[in-house]
Design a protein around this ligand. Structure first.
Ligand code: PLP
Length: 403
């Protein structure tokens, strides 16, 4: 049997050493090598929206696996066309470009915005305004767009034309937007940056500022999209319509797929030869995503996400009234962050480790925030079970804290 010493021996060390090897899962539950059962409130970092081994997704994948796996983009396939149609019908978008990950969806978004601005406004309109604490991926362009300098450290030189503004600061935005602005790129909730929701007025101001100077609004919904916030996409909850949207994570529910959605006005600039991806739109990924979208994009499904969100939020507030660890519990739908009090600053990773001991999987979002991103199919009983485990975790955390 493989063990973690093999992992430590063979993997590049960039992820650190994971604590557990998981072997299988069902619904919201994972099992390790010794059949220990873990309740999953991490969802593969907001990916496994339909849990593990959802029967309809297994069926979509295995049926497609027996038909055709790969064709390249010199030929078309049916599931990709059907998924593109379904995404266009469900959103603001007129066109879709498929890729394999969130970073690639954002790369496509950046390239589409740059080419559109180049053609319509001229070569000087290349500046992309982004935000402090944002996270857009790990490629060179997307770490540059991201607002966490530690992810860029030692990887320079970085591409030019990205400028970071404070998040939710209307005045800084107004001062920064100019004829040079190609796009504004923003997450509706900064996920990795601490589960920080965008202020509705700020979102509206970004839209108005983009309209004023003919810049594109790029919304990064890699973490917030496909049902996570109780809407199909989070922008719907704010009534702000983007020009370009990046999706991944829950789109494939664990099968790697990303998508860049955009208007006709943007798509018109991606003429043949401007962009591409060998695996983008491959039949396996698109068959799974199509099946997932049919399940998630239903009013009753999304309503249940909002109900589970209420239950989890309220349960966390009740626990916090007892334990007093957090200064704030925030988020939307089933993307929730519990922000530690200053006295416990930097200690969110300990909560995750204590969770493992209670057979509960959670996440951090920055060192001060415990993050919950469970499968969207989590039941009322499973949330009740998770809250009971969190009660133990928070008690154990306090027991190890100096008084
Ligand atoms: N954008 C956001 C908002 C994300 O949360 C992430 C990943 O956490 C990414 C982009 C990068 O996605 P991927 O890791 O699939 O490249």
């Amino acid at each position: 049997m493989t063990d973690l010493s093999d992992y430590a021996h063979y993997f590049t060390p960039n992820y650190g050493l994971p604590p557990i090897i998981m072997t299988h899962g069902r619904g919201c539950v994972l099992f390790d090598q010794s059949e220990q059962r873990y309740l999953d409130l991490a969802g593969g970092i907001a990916v496994s929206a339909l849990g593990h081994c959802h029967p309809q997704l297994v069926d979509a994948l295995t049926t497609q696996a027996n038909k055709i796996w790969h064709l390249s983009n010199t030929l078309a396939n049916e599931p990709a066309i059907e998924l593109a149609e379904a995404l266009v019908q469900a959103t603001f978008a007129d066109r879709v470009f498929f890729c394999n990950s969130g970073a690639e969806a954002n790369e496509a978004a950046i390239k589409a915005a740059r080419r559109a601005a180049f053609n319509t406004k001229g070569a000087e309109a290349y500046e992309i305004l982004c935000f402090e604490n944002a996270f857009h991926g790990r490629t060179i362009a997307t770490v540059t767009a991201g607002g966490q300098p530690k992810y860029r450290e030692g990887f320079g030189p970085m591409p030019v034309g990205f400028r970071h503004l404070p998040f939710n600061d209307c005045r800084a935005l107004e001062a920064a937007v100019s004829e040079k602005t190609c796009a504004v790129m923003v997450e509706p909730i900064q996920g990795e940056g601490g589960v920080r929701p965008i202020c509705p007025t700020f979102f509206e101001k970004i839209r108005a500022a983009c309209d004023r100077v003919g810049a594109a609004l790029i919304v990064d919904e890699v973490q917030t999209g496909v049902g996570r916030t109780g809407h199909l996409f989070a922008y719907e909850g704010y009534g702000v319509i983007p020009d370009i949207l990046a999706s991944a994570k829950s789109l494939g529910c664990g099968f790697p797929i990303g998508a860049m959605l955009c208007t006709d006005a943007i798509a018109a600039h991606l003429v043949p030869g401007t962009h591409g991806s060998t695996y983008g739109g491959n039949p396996l990924g698109t068959a799974v995503a199509l099946s997932a979208l049919k399940i998630i994009n239903q009013p009753t499904f999304l309503q249940t996400v909002r109900e589970r969100s209420e239950q989890l939020m309220r349960g966390l507030e009740t626990l916090n009234a007892r334990h007093g660890l957090f200064k704030l519990i925030r988020g939307r739908g089933l993307l929730i962050g519990a922000v530690l009090n200053d006295a416990y600053a930097g200690r969110a990773p300990e909560l995750v480790t204590l969770g493992h001991q209670a057979q509960l999987l959670t996440l951090v979002a920055s060192p001060n925030v415990q993050r919950f991103a469970p499968p969207l199919i989590i039941s009322e009983e499973e949330i009740t079970e998770a809250l009971a485990k969190l009660d133990q975790v928070y008690q154990a955390f306090k027991d190890t804290s100096p008084h």
